[in-house]
Design a protein around this ligand. Structure first.
Ligand SMILES: [Zn+2]
Length: 226
């Protein structure tokens, strides 16, 4: 089975479903697509992102993907926190041609209610690019939460994250945290949601909901059983 994780920024794939990627890669091929550059707005860089820092961030993403056992990681390099300056159709077309080539059965992506605009548009583009037309390979689309974006919308901006699928990551939580450790510039100190302690607490919280030691939570957006 082929699984694709479509994330807006480098580190979202780890925060959203790193434990699940590590778990699923033991049995399936997991491909990661990072749509945005992940540097520009975050570090207040001028418009032209330095090639060196972009390469460094992509190297961190590759290291994280390796820890998680992903089959590959791909970078589309859209402008960070400015996906709304790119025609939605451009993002859709890129994903569409990738999905047509790869033929994934399962897609994990952002939840549409996040605070971050790139997350919202990523969800939208994935939904369009994977729409259930004849010949489409995609069976399931699932949305993940991203700590420091999903909860920081305070249920004001759109759909609320309502998880209904819980994946046991007791055996892979440490790999998720190690993969997050590759992103030196993105890790924060507790009580920030992107700190190792709080990521562990979130996994335990979803575990408490599902009688597991540690879990990642997903909202099933669509499932087609043929
Ligand atoms: Zn993000």
């Amino acid at each position: 089975m082929k699984i694709v994780v479509v994330a807006a920024h480098p580190d979202d794939e780890v925060l959203g479903c790193g434990g699940t990627i590590a778990r699923e890669s033991a049995k399936h091929e997991v491909y990661i697509v990072i749509l945005g550059e992940g540097i520009q707005a975050r570090y207040n860089r001028p418009h032209s992102v330095s090639r060196k820092s972009q390469a460094a961030l992509e190297a961190q993403a590759r290291a994280a993907a390796k820890i998680l056992g992903a089959a590959s990681i791909r970078f589309e390099r859209l402008p960070d926190n400015q996906f709304d300056t790119v025609p939605l159709l451009t993002i859709v077309k890129r994903l569409e041609s990738y999905f047509q080539k790869l033929k994934p059965e399962v897609i994990y992506t952002h939840h549409p209610g996040d605070l971050n605009i790139d997350h919202v548009l990523t969800h939208r583009a994935v939904l369009t690019a994977s729409r259930p037309i004849k010949g489409s390979s995609v069976r399931d689309v699932l949305a993940f939460e991203v700590p420091s974006s999903s909860e920081w919308a305070f249920q004001r901006l759109g759909e609320v994250f309502r998880p209904n699928i819980f994946v046991d990551i007791s055996a892979t939580l440490e790999r998720k945290l190690a993969a997050m450790g590759c992103y030196a510039g993105e890790v924060r100190v507790a009580p920030h949601p992107r700190s190792p302690q709080i990521l562990r607490a979130i996994a335990q919280r979803w575990g408490s909901v599902s009688a597991l030691q540690a879990a990642e939570a997903f909202e099933l957006i669509r499932s087609v059983r043929s």
